[in-house]
Write a protein that binds this ligand. Structure first.
Ligand code: ATP
Ligand code: LTN
Length: 338
């Protein structure tokens, strides 16, 4: 039943950290789905710079990547007219709500997060407290917008569960304050694997550049990296857990072209890996070329980008502050005198 005009759309929130150059894992696992979902939802797509500083960032790289990530969102097909696109640090409510939620989060639940355990191994002595608290900031991001759906890769599922727990805990401690969000994890492409160690997730912060394909890699680099991708000695293109390298390349091809794994198996039957790898590389090149050209164009027009993130921050700020004020009031803080 529509009482007053258009029915309210459900809300999507998602973000990518400008902590490294984006990989096709970020694209196929997250971004490509945002593009698909943008018309049916009221979407907030954020460049999560506050998250990126949980590990040390070179200031000039952080600046460059923040604008590059925003440009990639737009170039990949997110319409800036229809969606709210902004930079996380421009909306102070994220930091404030994160502090509040930290006081409702147990250290035990944070130290059990797989991503924290993995990353703290890598940084050993110098693990920042922010790395432990990072999922709370992510919960703040999501809950401030009364988000219904969060499209992410499967590695974020555990953080989403924590977000749901925190929202439920706060709602029970006071009264209903937050919508409980659902994850949206794609059936295919939710975990693109490392090209050199295909049992590990492809990650933009890996030290080995052959392990990932970057969104901005030139065609010849893409071709070289796919040619070098680890496969096996079986020589059959088959979608099987026993052939993780081949399975990963098939997933990439399938998500980009829409062919099913069965169709791919049939196409390369009895052919070994050479032609298959060439075709995977070409599919990636073809998918990325127009995006790359558009990104370069956008990065040359800083005023256009500025207008987008300014308008985005304005809208986001309004919505987020409303939820933050609700939280403060329920907790028992005195409202700021007008
Ligand atoms: P890092 O490697 O620095 O931890 P990351 O590449 O995992 O970073 P994020 O910025 O934290 O990236 O991720 C942004 C989005 O991309 C998330 O939704 C995440 O689930 C998704 N994503 C990241 N890597 C992959 C991957 N290999 N396959 C599928 N989705 C991925
Ligand atoms: N933690 C996410 C990035 C992220 C995010 C979010 C994703 C930060 N805040 C809110 C979805 C919703 C990651 O991929 N590492």
């Amino acid at each position: 039943m529509e009482v007053s005009g258009e029915q309210k759309k459900k809300v999507i929130f998602s973000g990518i950290q400008p902590s490294g150059d984006l990989t096709i894992g970020n694209y196929l696992g997250a971004l490509k789905n945002w593009v698909k979902l943008q018309n049916e939802y009221d979407c907030y797509f954020c460049v999560v710079d506050l998250h990126a500083i949980t590990v040390r960032q070179e200031p000039k790289d952080l600046r460059r990547r923040t604008l590059e990530v925003l440009s990639i969102y737009i170039a990949a097909g997110i319409d800036p007219e229809k969606n709210t696109m902004f930079i996380q640090s421009h909306v102070p409510a994220h930091s404030e709500a994160s502090w509040l939620l930290n006081c409702y989060t147990y250290v035990g639940e944070l130290s059990r997060m797989t991503q924290f355990k993995d990353k703290s191994k890598k940084y050993e002595e110098s693990v920042a407290a922010g790395l432990l608290n990072y999922p709370v900031l992510m919960a703040a991001d999501i809950l401030l917008y009364q988000t219904d759906l969060v499209p992410v890769g499967v590695d974020q599922k555990q953080h989403l569960e924590l977000t749901r727990d925190l929202a439920t805990r706060f709602n029970h401690a006071y009264s209903p304050t937050f919508v409980i969000p659902e994850p949206y994890i794609p059936k295919a492409g939710a975990k693109i694997m490392d090209l050199q160690e295909p049992t590990k997730k492809m990650s933009k912060s890996s030290d080995n550049p052959n392990s990932f394909i970057l969104m901005m890699d030139p065609p010849e680099v893409i071709r070289k990296k796919i040619a070098r991708a680890v496969t096996d000695s079986l020589g059959v293109v088959r979608y099987s857990d026993e052939q993780p390298g081949v399975k990963n390349l098939m997933t990439i091809l399938s998500v980009i072209t829409g062919m099913t794994p069965e169709e791919i198996e049939a196409k390369y039957e009895g052919q070994g890996y050479a032609q298959f790898k060439l075709d995977v590389a070409e599919a990636i090149v073809k998918e990325l070329e127009p995006i790359q050209a558009k990104v370069k164009e956008l990065l040359d027009d800083k005023t256009y980008l500025e207008n987008i993130y300014k308008a985005g921050a304005g809208k986001a700020n309004y919505v987020a502050t409303k939820t933050l004020r609700k939280m403060q009031k329920k907790i028992g803080f005195i409202p700021v005198a007008k």
